[in-house]
Write a protein that binds this ligand. Structure first.
Ligand code: NAD
Length: 375
């Protein structure tokens, strides 16, 4: 098997790397569109970005109307700004929602069409996208280093997972200082999202040696630091490890794929408006239990990294201990279950067939160690 690793051309990582945004942007263009949200504006991150760009001789305009779990509407609005202002470089500043919108705009900006055209590779971006610098403010999605964008098609109520080389950002700037302001519930949800990426990348049928080492290192960092990052929001050492892990997990899953958790998580997100990290966290232990018989050896590899007392235990027992640890972690981080999120059971059951169909159609479940049947 030939292993392929595709990542952004440039990655700047470390405390205060955001200060380099002007210098990096000036290498790619002279008029930037900043795609971000109102929270980033309130935190003054947008203003600081514009200031750093001006210092480097780059002019900028902004589109700030993005909401969590972005829809195609935001993509088209931001695209209009890109065109009207003749911008030649894009900055996606914020959580995965801002970065994913920026990726879609970057590809549509040069290749045209609607974003749903690119679903399931019906249309492939042939021209290089408008150069994009992705700057995450959450430690979770890893979108800064993936060739994936997740956009909801409002008309069809489908959360589209679109994967093509064209969606890989030209550069990523990963500054853990930007995540200090993250509220505890966002730190919890995004941290479990990164953990899910790393675990699914390691269990994926398409995993390879590069992705294995990225995934295992990411899991080690997350299990070492997620509790501190959650309980002590100002703990920069813990935040630093979480940002690094999210980046590594993004690189791992972008090249190895995600599996059943993500396949099922997207329809739940689209139909019941559950944030991505939360729906992943609701599903992760259950899906691992379902898959256990076909992946206990790989789960035991993970367990051996994070536990120091596995001597004498069978691989099955270590795998079960890992699943129990993830369940305990979700409780400690106050991750709600479906009921806790306010989803009405009858409504959920009525939507089961559509959710199963959408999950299987996404392709992700096919990479799971145990592949589910259609109902
Ligand atoms: P998000 O971008 O939706 O942000 C959640 C909330 O947190 C928003 O209100 C935002 O303003 C706020 N926020 C973000 N950073 C903050 C900070 N530093 N301080 C204070 N508030 C902050 O959340 P997310 O989990 O980063 O992204 C979720 C989206 O990413 C989903 O649509 C999901 O499907 C997608 N996703 C994409 C990929 C990919 O590879 N492209 C991978 C996983 C998930």
């Amino acid at each position: 098997m030939v292993s392929v690793l595709q990542i952004p051309r440039t990655i700047l990582y470390g405390q205060h790397s955001f200060q380099k945004v002007g210098e990096e942007t000036s290498k790619l263009g002279n008029k930037a569109l900043i795609i971000s949200d109102r929270m980033m504006e309130k935190l003054m991150y947008v203003e600081e970005c514009q200031h750093l760009l001006t210092q480097a001789g780059v002019s900028s305009v902004k589109y700030l109307d993005i909401d969590s779990e972005p829809t195609d509407t935001f993509v088209y609005e931001a695209l209009d700004t890109l065109k009207a202002e003749s911008c030649n470089v894009i900055i996606g500043l914020g959580g995965g929602s801002c970065i994913d919108t920026a990726k879609a705009v970057a590809v549509l900006g040069t290749n045209g069409g609607s974003i749903s055209d690119y679903m399931n590779s019906r249309k492939i971006a042939q021209k290089s996208a408008v150069p994009l610098i992705a700057i995450p403010t959450t430690a979770g999605t890893g979108s800064e280093a993936t060739d994936v964008t997740v956009i909801t098609d409002i008309a069809l109520d489908i959360k589209m997972m679109i994967k093509q080389p064209g969606f890989m950002p030209a550069a990523a700037i990963v500054d853990p200082v930007l995540t200090i302001s993250s509220p505890k519930n966002i730190t919890a949800a995004t941290g479990i999202d990164a953990l899910t990426h790393a675990i699914e990348a390691y269990l994926s049928r398409r995993a390879h040696p590069f992705t294995d080492s990225l995934a295992l290192t990411a899991i080690g960092h997350i299990m070492e630091s997620i509790r501190d990052a959650y309980h002590q929001p100002q703990n920069i050492k813990a935040k630093e490890k979480m940002s690094l892990a999210a980046l590594q997990a993004g690189m791992a899953f972008s090249n190895a794929s995600v599996c059943l958790v993500h396949g099922m998580s997207r329809p739940i997100g689209a139909l019941f408006h559950v944030p991505h990290g939360i729906s992943n966290a609701m599903l992760l232990p259950v899906v691992l239990e379902y898959s256990l018989e076909d992946c206990y050896e790989r789960l035991a590899d993970i367990g051996n990294i994070i536990f120091h007392d596995t001597q004498g235990l069978t691989k099955q027992a270590i795998a079960q201990k890992l699943i129990d640890e993830i369940k305990a972690l979700c409780v400690e981080l106050s991750i709600p279950n479906l009921k806790g999120w306010g989803i009405i059971e009858d409504l959920f059951l009525q939507s089961l067939k559509k959710m199963a169909r959408d999950a299987l159609a996404s392709g992700s479940p096919g990479n799971n160690p145990k592949v589910p049947d259609e109902i």
